[in-house]
Design a protein around this ligand. Structure first.
Ligand SMILES: *[C@@H]1O[C@H](CO)[C@@H](O)[C@H](O)[C@H]1NC(C)=O
Ligand SMILES: *[C@@H]1O[C@H](CO)[C@@H](O)[C@H](O)[C@H]1NC(C)=O
Length: 183
C-alpha cells in the first residue's frame, strides 16, 4: 500500500510539476518596464524592443498613454513595453530579442545600458556564443528577457505581469506608489 501511494505520488509529481510547471503559460503578452535614460528616443526603444508585439512606436504608445506626448519619452521615467511571453528551451518563460551590436559593445553594456537590467550578463552568456574576443560590430545578439505567467492565486483582474528590474534605490513602497498599487 505504501509503495503504491509512493508510486502514485511520484507519477503525479512527474505529470504536474516536472513537465508542466516549467512553462505554465498564462497570458501570451507580458510587459517589460523599460527605464528611460537620457538621450534615448522612443524610436531607439522601439528598435531595441522590436517583436511581434511591437512593430512601431504606436504599439508602445498604446500602453503608455499617460506618459508619452507627441512621441516624446520622459527621461528617468519607466515605460511599459509589450512583448511575447514564449517558452524558452522548454524550460522557462521569456522572450529572445535580437539586438544588433554596435562597435565596442560588451555583454555588460548590453545588459545594463541598452536593456536597462531587463536581462543579465549571465543570460547573455548562456544564449550567445561570442567569447573572449568580444562581440563583432553588427553581430546579432540574443537578448533574453524573462516573463511571468503569474501565480494562479493572484486574480486575473490585475491583467498583465510586468518584468520590473529593481534599481538600487527602489523599495516596495516606491514601486507600489509609482504604479498606483497597494504595496
Ligand atoms: C542565438 O540563438 C539562436 C537560436 O537559438 C542560435 O541559433 C544562435 O546561434 C544564437 N546566436 C549566438 C550568437 O549564439
Ligand atoms: C530568468 O529565468 C531563468 C530561468 O528560470 C533564471 O535562471 C534567471 O536567473 C532569470 N533571470 C532573471 C534576470 O530574472
Amino acid at each position: 500500500m505504501f509503495l503504491l501511494l509512493m508510486l502514485l505520488f511520484l507519477l503525479l509529481e512527474y505529470v504536474c510539476c516536472n513537465v508542466e510547471a516549467k512553462c505554465l503559460k498564462g497570458y501570451n503578452v507580458a510587459l517589460a518596464s523599460y527605464y528611460v535614460s537620457t538621450g534615448l528616443s522612443l524610436d531607439d526603444i522601439t528598435h531595441l524592443m522590436k517583436s511581434s508585439d511591437v512593430s512601431n512606436s504606436d504599439d508602445i504608445i498604446s500602453y503608455n498613454k499617460d506618459k508619452i506626448f507627441n512621441n516624446n519619452v520622459f527621461y528617468f521615467d519607466k515605460i511599459n513595453v509589450p512583448f511575447p511571453c514564449d517558452c524558452i528551451s522548454d524550460e522557462f518563460l521569456g522572450h529572445v530579442f535580437v539586438y544588433s551590436a554596435a562597435e565596442g559593445d560588451t555583454y555588460d553594456l548590453i545588459a545594463k545600458v541598452e536593456y536597462v537590467d531587463l536581462t543579465t550578463v549571465e543570460l547573455l552568456r548562456r544564449f550567445n556564443s561570442y567569447g573572449q574576443n568580444g562581440i563583432p560590430k553588427n553581430a546579432k545578439v540574443n537578448v533574453t528577457v524573462n516573463c511571468s505567467c503569474g501565480n494562479s492565486q493572484v486574480s486575473q483582474d490585475y491583467g498583465f505581469f510586468i518584468t520590473y528590474p529593481l534599481r538600487p534605490s527602489n523599495n516596495l513602497h516606491d514601486i507600489a506608489s509609482e504604479d498606483h498599487l497597494d504595496a
